[in-house]
Design a protein around this ligand. Structure first.
Ligand code: MRU
Length: 335
């Protein structure tokens, strides 16, 4: 399984996902600032992966003492606003070292970062098992996914792609259709790359083809990841997810989200409170430095929010939630 990063003390190396699929380029990070820059520029991306990267960024900062850890934590949390995994992981590392002497900061912070990574990997496996169980036996299913919720977004087998991998392993997958996912093409550059490497039958489509595919009855289910889930189970994910959920509803197709509990935000009641990142206009006006539009005004939200009423089920590592049922009113620990 391809990994978005590796750690060889004291260097946290990120695979630069902006270069995929043509080049496998590594970025060795030796400071929290370098990790924050990799997150901001999408060299490393995907909610769980940026949480893990931020945790290692905190560990690198902790080598220089508590003051540096505090400064770096602020920079890391601010590097991207939507995925709650980022703030969650930074808080976890800070809480773990809270009462420790300076001499123990680095080793304890590093231990916590490694634990977060291990836990995300285990969560991916558990979601794959639970999620694949939602698909009836005795039939091969054709699913549609959006963006990249795979190994490169999680450091494990993936959330949505973990479920798809498990369906394939169990002989229950006919094919996965992958939206290319404009503007940055995480679907065509990264999901297609992962699926091809794993030998999973896959077909690439442009984003505007999904509705017609559903109309042709080629899609049995939609499955995507998430960046932040509110207490009422509204979920933010890559821009275009909301349109897919509406289309799925219109065609009576189940719409599934697979996301670890680290993606749940116990502090917000509904998706209306989720901060939606807006990125630079150049991502829409050009691709890899080549213009594909004149110099016009651009709106470039990186995420959208899907109301819980459009979500058939949310698969976590612990249980499957059916958003039509009662909302969660307890914190993460109580889920
Ligand atoms: O902007 P990105 O590429 O970080 O957006 C990623 C997504 O929207 C993913 O679907 C989400 O983080 C889930 S990853 C398991």
């Amino acid at each position: 399984m391809i990994s978005p990063f590796s750690f060889d003390d004291p260097v946290f190396t990120v695979l630069d996902q902006r270069e995929l699929p043509e080049n496998e380029v590594s970025i060795p990070c030796t400071s929290a600032d370098m990790v924050a820059d990799a997150i901001r520029t999408l060299a490393v991306r995907g909610a769980p992966a940026i949480g893990i990267a931020a945790a290692f960024g905190c560990a690198l900062a902790a080598r220089s003492g508590r003051g540096e850890l505090e400064r770096a934590s602020r920079i890391l949390v601010e590097s991207r606003p939507t995925a709650v995994n980022l703030a969650w992981a930074v808080k976890r590392v800070n809480d773990a070292v809270k009462d420790l002497p300076e001499t123990e900061l680095y080793s304890r912070a590093l231990h916590e970062a490694r634990m977060i990574w291990e836990e995300e990997k285990a969560a991916n496996e558990a979601m794959a098992n639970l999620g694949s169980g939602l698909f009836p036996e005795g039939k091969k299913h054709t699913v549609l996914t959006h963006c990249n919720a795979g190994s490169l977004a999680t450091g494990g087998i993936g959330t949505a792609l973990g479920v798809i991998r498990m369906l394939h392993a169990r002989g229950k997958l006919e094919r996965v259709y992958m939206d290319e996912t404009r503007p940055l093409l995480q679907g065509s550059r990264i999901t297609a790359y992962e699926m091809k490497r794993s030998g999973i039958p896959c077909t690439l489509i442009t984003d505007n083809m999904a509705g017609w595919l559903m109309r042709l009855r080629k899609i049995d289910a939609v499955i995507v990841g998430a960046d932040r889930i509110a207490r009422n189970l509204d979920a933010a994910n890559k821009i275009g997810t909301y349109s897919l959920a509406v289309l799925a509803k219109a065609h009576s197709i189940p719409f599934y989200i697979a996301a670890p509990l680290s993606t749940f935000d116990p502090d917000i009641e509904s998706g209306e409170e989720i901060p939606i990142e807006e990125r630079d206009a150049c991502e829409v006006r050009s691709f890899r430095g080549k213009p594909c539009a004149p110099d016009v005004e651009v709106f470039n939200p990186a995420f959208d929010m899907t109301g819980h009423e459009l979500i058939t089920a949310i698969i976590t590592e612990r249980q499957v939630f059916y958003p039509g049922e009662a909302s969660i009113h307890s914190g993460k620990a109580g889920l």
